[in-house]
Design a protein around this ligand. Structure first.
Ligand code: FES
Ligand code: FES
Length: 136
Protein backbone atom coordinates (compact mmCIF):
# COMPACT_ATOMS: atom_id res chain seq x y z
CA UNK A 1 0.00 0.00 0.00
CA UNK A 2 1.27 3.48 -0.82
CA UNK A 3 1.53 5.72 2.23
CA UNK A 4 2.74 9.25 2.88
CA UNK A 5 3.84 10.17 6.37
CA UNK A 6 5.29 13.46 7.52
CA UNK A 7 8.32 12.45 9.54
CA UNK A 8 10.12 15.20 11.44
CA UNK A 9 8.54 17.74 9.08
CA UNK A 10 9.52 15.91 5.88
CA UNK A 11 7.00 14.09 3.71
CA UNK A 12 8.00 10.47 3.16
CA UNK A 13 6.16 8.30 0.66
CA UNK A 14 6.67 4.59 0.30
CA UNK A 15 5.02 1.41 -0.81
CA UNK A 16 4.76 -0.74 2.33
CA UNK A 17 3.34 -4.08 3.26
CA UNK A 18 0.16 -3.64 5.27
CA UNK A 19 1.68 -5.68 8.11
CA UNK A 20 4.79 -3.50 8.38
CA UNK A 21 5.22 -1.89 11.78
CA UNK A 22 5.80 1.83 12.05
CA UNK A 23 9.13 1.34 13.79
CA UNK A 24 10.49 -0.58 10.79
CA UNK A 25 9.14 2.05 8.41
CA UNK A 26 11.08 4.65 10.41
CA UNK A 27 14.26 2.59 10.70
CA UNK A 28 14.43 0.82 7.35
CA UNK A 29 12.55 3.10 4.96
CA UNK A 30 13.35 6.48 6.48
CA UNK A 31 16.80 5.56 7.81
CA UNK A 32 15.98 6.99 11.24
CA UNK A 33 17.54 4.59 13.72
CA UNK A 34 16.86 6.33 17.03
CA UNK A 35 13.59 4.49 17.69
CA UNK A 36 14.99 1.19 18.89
CA UNK A 37 13.39 -2.24 18.95
CA UNK A 38 13.93 -3.69 22.38
CA UNK A 39 11.10 -6.19 22.56
CA UNK A 40 8.70 -5.93 19.60
CA UNK A 41 5.88 -6.74 22.05
CA UNK A 42 4.86 -3.34 23.46
CA UNK A 43 6.74 -3.93 26.69
CA UNK A 44 9.88 -1.78 26.73
CA UNK A 45 9.09 1.62 25.19
CA UNK A 46 12.43 1.88 23.35
CA UNK A 47 10.49 2.50 20.13
CA UNK A 48 8.42 5.43 21.45
CA UNK A 49 7.73 8.27 19.01
CA UNK A 50 5.09 10.98 18.72
CA UNK A 51 2.16 10.35 16.38
CA UNK A 52 0.27 13.60 15.82
CA UNK A 53 1.90 14.83 19.02
CA UNK A 54 0.94 11.88 21.20
CA UNK A 55 3.51 9.35 22.38
CA UNK A 56 3.00 5.85 20.98
CA UNK A 57 5.05 2.69 20.89
CA UNK A 58 5.88 2.43 17.22
CA UNK A 59 6.13 -1.37 17.39
CA UNK A 60 2.43 -1.34 18.19
CA UNK A 61 1.36 0.85 15.27
CA UNK A 62 1.20 -0.27 11.67
CA UNK A 63 2.93 1.98 9.17
CA UNK A 64 -0.34 2.23 7.25
CA UNK A 65 -2.01 3.67 10.36
CA UNK A 66 0.40 6.60 10.13
CA UNK A 67 -0.64 7.41 6.56
CA UNK A 68 -1.45 11.12 6.27
CA UNK A 69 -0.26 11.80 9.80
CA UNK A 70 2.77 13.36 11.49
CA UNK A 71 5.47 11.40 13.26
CA UNK A 72 8.22 12.94 15.38
CA UNK A 73 11.25 10.93 16.38
CA UNK A 74 14.04 12.03 18.68
CA UNK A 75 16.01 13.02 15.56
CA UNK A 76 13.40 15.72 14.95
CA UNK A 77 13.44 17.34 18.39
CA UNK A 78 16.46 19.64 18.20
CA UNK A 79 15.94 22.95 16.43
CA UNK A 80 18.63 25.21 14.99
CA UNK A 81 21.37 23.09 16.50
CA UNK A 82 19.87 23.44 19.98
CA UNK A 83 18.80 20.36 21.90
CA UNK A 84 15.16 20.17 22.95
CA UNK A 85 14.90 21.09 26.68
CA UNK A 86 14.12 17.45 27.54
CA UNK A 87 17.23 16.26 25.67
CA UNK A 88 19.29 18.96 27.39
CA UNK A 89 17.88 17.90 30.77
CA UNK A 90 18.76 14.24 30.17
CA UNK A 91 22.28 15.33 29.23
CA UNK A 92 22.65 17.67 32.20
CA UNK A 93 21.40 15.08 34.68
CA UNK A 94 23.28 12.16 33.09
CA UNK A 95 19.94 10.45 32.54
CA UNK A 96 21.30 7.51 30.58
CA UNK A 97 23.88 4.80 30.59
CA UNK A 98 24.12 2.74 27.39
CA UNK A 99 21.52 4.97 25.73
CA UNK A 100 19.42 2.21 24.18
CA UNK A 101 16.22 3.21 25.96
CA UNK A 102 16.96 6.94 25.90
CA UNK A 103 15.19 7.96 22.67
CA UNK A 104 12.02 6.30 23.94
CA UNK A 105 12.38 7.82 27.39
CA UNK A 106 12.87 11.28 25.88
CA UNK A 107 9.89 10.94 23.55
CA UNK A 108 7.65 9.65 26.34
CA UNK A 109 8.71 12.60 28.49
CA UNK A 110 8.08 15.06 25.65
CA UNK A 111 4.66 13.48 25.08
CA UNK A 112 3.82 13.82 28.77
CA UNK A 113 4.87 17.47 28.90
CA UNK A 114 2.78 18.31 25.85
CA UNK A 115 -0.27 17.01 27.69
CA UNK A 116 0.69 18.13 31.16
CA UNK A 117 3.39 20.84 31.35
CA UNK A 118 3.69 20.64 35.14
CA UNK A 119 3.38 17.00 36.21
CA UNK A 120 3.97 15.88 39.77
CA UNK A 121 6.23 12.93 40.55
CA UNK A 122 3.41 10.38 40.48
CA UNK A 123 2.30 11.62 37.06
CA UNK A 124 5.85 11.38 35.74
CA UNK A 125 6.22 7.86 37.11
CA UNK A 126 2.90 6.82 35.57
CA UNK A 127 3.77 8.37 32.20
CA UNK A 128 7.13 6.59 32.07
CA UNK A 129 6.06 3.24 33.49
CA UNK A 130 5.90 1.77 29.97
CA UNK A 131 9.55 2.60 29.35
CA UNK A 132 12.10 0.17 30.72
CA UNK A 133 15.78 0.84 31.16
CA UNK A 134 17.37 -2.54 31.04
CA UNK A 135 21.02 -1.74 31.54
CA UNK A 136 20.52 0.18 34.76
S1 FES B 1 10.15 -2.35 20.92
FE1 FES B 1 8.28 -1.33 21.10
S2 FES B 1 7.76 -1.46 23.19
FE2 FES B 1 9.62 -2.59 23.01
S1 FES C 1 20.44 3.49 29.32
FE1 FES C 1 20.80 1.42 28.70
S2 FES C 1 18.85 0.57 28.52
FE2 FES C 1 18.51 2.47 29.43
Amino acid sequence: MQITVTVNGERRSADVQTRQLLVYFLRDTCGLRAANVGCDTTSCGACTVLLDGESVKSCTVLAVQADGREVTTVEGLATGGELHPVQAAFQAEHGLQCGFCTPGMVMAAVGLLRENPDPDEDEVRTALEGNLCRCT
